[in-house]
Design a protein around this ligand. Sequence first.
Ligand code: PAF
Length: 285
Amino acid sequence: MQRTANISELRKIIEEEKKLGRAVALVPTMGYLHRGHLTLIENAKKTGAFVVVSIFVNPLQFGPNEDYARYPRDLERDARLIEEVGVDLLFQPTVEEMYPHPMVTFVEVSQLDKVLCGANRPGHFRGVTTVVSKLFHIVQPDLAFFGQKDYQQYLIIRRMVSDLNLPIEVRGVPIVREEDGLALSSRNVFLSPDQRQEALILSQSLREAETLIQKGERSARGIEDFVRNKITQESQGVIDYIEVRNADDLSDVVEIKGPVLIALAVKFGPTRLIDNKVVEVEPDV
Ligand code: PAF
């Protein structure tokens, strides 16, 4: 595996691969890799492309009171893991390499970035789309892989690529869960054993909400109330949001008709977890 923290060096390596006619696939991450990331990498590898994994904890997407400083980091462990799965190139820039001077240019996907996680994390998605655009310009991938645990992020990046005509195919990869249902997240390490146990309520309530919809429930507010009541009654989690939205464009849904996203963010102690489920609904004939 090749490894660099330097943008010019990375560009040279990519240029050589492109000369050989190889497609390039990018898996952008913030490190502290888990099976979810490794699944993204496996999907990238299956395409036969030259696989680049970036590891960069992006300060621009953290608010002043968020967990940038505390975000877990272990670059050497990450490097070992991705070497084992056969990544071609690890890009691990420093903050100075990515942001040599204060940024005054940003990429913003409006509207989609104001709901769900965007409502209580102003500037978060602007930070994500800005760093992902920078990574896209640096690596110039043909394909890029994103996990659907961050479903809103995945939709926002697809929209950015479409609106800006970037020649990149964005692929979403389904959520990877522990056997007991907990969605994999780098932040799970912060949960105490009790909080981890309580956090199972998230995937359980999403599964039960899906069953309710499959049995005929069509009220979006009804589903939100069901999930909210379950989480409130059965855990000490503090709800940030629980929302049912259109799974294609995140627009408001009153009556559940097409595919819907049930998305939630809940805090267990200081640790904020997100989870979601996309539920397909056959249109009534
Ligand atoms: O999903 C993440 O880990 C980050 O938001 C991303 C896409 C790597 C941008 O920093």
